[in-house]
Design a protein around this ligand. Structure first.
Ligand code: NDP
Length: 338
């Protein structure tokens, strides 16, 4: 059973060498009365929140840390090979939390969703039809309460969550601008995902001036993925009664002492509502979300771009790549295709 193991807790930017791939053994029979499933991993999802799990825990977090010497775990798509759990049976395709290994024994709590729609790419269940999809949907519609004609700004806009937020915002009749870290990504935003405007934040020496250029009347909704200097610049450009959906702050994940936010006071006079959220709190909306998004995918009205790494050996590199922006679209790893 090939596995991706965390060597030790990580300080600073994660490196491929913080993990290694080895062959371990796995018990192929579920313990009697275990209420679990044995799965074969098909696809693994590389997600920014995994960086927090590589840290030596100082504060309690909503997800437990990884254990050095043990395989990583995260979201993935898998096939059930054996089950003592009443809700799953052999042959079921599922997505949810699984080990970064070829075969994984998952015992309670089993957080797996059964995959009912197989006429769309199975890998989409790591992205648009999985956790990042729910994140974009709930984070945009539930937290931002968008109205037609509003000005929306999305950072890390070409990524797993951002590309979808932009397209959902367009479908809600908003004016949407996205930022990303390369020309290739900016082209995708404008020419593939239908953003009204896009810019490369790395080429903007003054983010405040850039935002003023793209939003001369200010921003109604900011979908926050990066934090730091970008958030500070956005706070200077919010409109009255604006909303900021705080999804993530990836620019801060590898810093031991996160940067302070200087312009937070702007939220008073502008009556801005800023709200953080966690995708897992919205899984009750998953079925409703699928009913909306699957027809849009099939009709080609929503496009989803993936960055696919082949083989479990490529998983450490794929995971660290998302922290330097190497991924173009949703980063995932193919472990097996069936
Ligand atoms: P992405 O697919 O967008 O990958 C991460 C991207 O972030 C990179 O490609 C890079 O794009 C950008 N990035 C990396 N480092 C920096 C930096 N220092 N400054 C600015 N941008 C950076 O990831 P996701 O779409 O999966 O996640 C986006 C955000 O959403 C993250 O903050 C994540 O933690 C958060 N999230 C939150 C969830 C929740 O429940 N609250 C659930 C899922 C995700 P670029 O080239 O543009 O720099």
């Amino acid at each position: 059973n090939k596995q991706v193991i965390l060597k030790d807790y990580v300080i600073g930017s994660p490196k491929e060498s913080d993990m290694f791939v080895t062959t371990g053994t796995i018990q192929l029979k579920l313990p009697h009365g275990s209420n679990g499933v044995l799965v074969k991993t098909l696809y693994l999802s590389c997600d920014p929140y995994m960086r927090g799990r590589m840290k030596k825990p100082l504060l309690p977090s909503f997800v437990p840390p990884f254990e050095p010497g043990k395989p990583l775990s995260g979201y993935g798509v898998a096939k059930v090979l054996d089950s003592t759990h009443p809700e799953y049976k052999e042959g079921d395709l599922v997505w949810g939390t699984t080990g970064w290994e070829e075969y994984s024994l998952i015992v309670a709590p089993v957080v797996l969703f059964k995959i009912e729609h197989t006429d769309v790419p199975l890998s989409y269940y790591t992205g648009i039809l999985g956790m990042p999809g729910v994140t974009a949907y709930a984070g945009f519609f539930e937290i931002c309460s968008p109205k037609k004609g509003e000005y929306v700004y999305v950072s890390a806009a070409s990524g797993a969550v951002g590309q979808l937020v932009g397209q959902l915002a367009k479908s809600a009749g908003c004016y949407v601008v996205g930022s990303a870290g390369s020309k290739e990504k900016v082209d995708l935003l404008k020419n593939k995902f239908g953003f009204d405007e896009a810019f490369n934040y790395k080429e903007e020496p003054d983010l405040d001036a850039a935002l003023k250029r793209y939003f001369p009347e200010g921003i109604d909704i900011y979908f926050e993925n990066v934090g730091g200097k970008m958030l500070d610049a956005v706070l200077l450009n919010m409109r009255i009664h604006g909303r900021i959906s705080v999804c993530g702050m990836i620019s801060q994940y590898n810093i031991e002492n996160p940067e302070g936010v200087h312009n937070l006071m702007m939220i008073i006079g502008k009556r801005v509502r800023m709200e953080g959220f966690v995708a897992g709190d919205y899984y009750h909306m998953y079925t409703k979300y699928l009913e909306l998004v699957i027809p849009l995918i099939k009709e080609g009205k929503i496009i989803y771009i993936e960055d696919i790494a082949e083989g479990l050996e490529s998983a450490p590199g794929a995971l660290v790549g998302i922290f330097s922006g190497r991924n173009v679209g949703k980063q995932l790893v193919v472990v097996a295709r069936e």
